[in-house]
Design a protein around this ligand. Structure first.
Ligand code: CA2
Length: 148
């Protein structure tokens, strides 16, 4: 089972700025912990972060037929990108959307997500644990004929 972890713009700064909102854990810490957690359950995790929307779209295209599921934190593109939604719509497997912060407690513009139109599940406000929850859910439910 191959799972793509895709993180969007500015998430490379995790642990460096705004720890009161996004926590003190770095993205590298999250990626390593998630890869280990996947391996312990017999799955393989590929991590990719980009600040360029076109690169994220290309990575989703490349995941078609190659990856079984996508865990995505689209960051600011969550609220702006129909292009990202269209790319995810062309991916056949399960998609789980993760946000570190509880976007519904924040500014109104963060309350709407284009990606949620496609996501099978959405996790917000659990910090870095949200990625682990998404991973475990995918691994436990991916084999089922219907997802979830
Ligand atoms: O809560 C989340 O995970 C978000 O996807 C994070 C995005 C924000 O635009 C979404 O509304 C919610 C922002 C990511 C920026 O990450 C930073 C990390 C450290 C320092 C500065 C920005």
């Amino acid at each position: 089972m191959n799972i793509l972890l895709l993180n969007g713009p500015n998430l490379n700064l995790l642990g460096d700025r705004e720890p009161e909102i996004y926590g003190a854990t770095t993205l590298a810490d999250i990626e390593h912990a998630l890869a280990r957690r996947a391996a312990e359950q017999g799955a393989e995790l590929t991590a990719f972060q980009t600040n360029h929307e076109g690169d994220a779209i290309e990575r989703i295209h490349a995941a078609r037929g190659a990856m079984d599921a996508i865990i995505i934190n689209p960051a600011a593109w969550t609220h702006t990108s129909v292009a990202l939604l269209d790319a995810l719509n062309a991916f056949g497997g399960p998609v789980v959307e993760v946000h570190l912060s509880n976007v519904h407690q924040r500014e109104a513009f963060r309350h709407h997500s284009y990606v949620s139109k496609r996501a099978d599940g959405v996790i917000a406000g659990l910090g870095a644990f949200g990625y682990a929850a998404a991973l475990d859910f995918i691994i436990q439910h991916l084999g089922e004929a219907r997802f979830p």
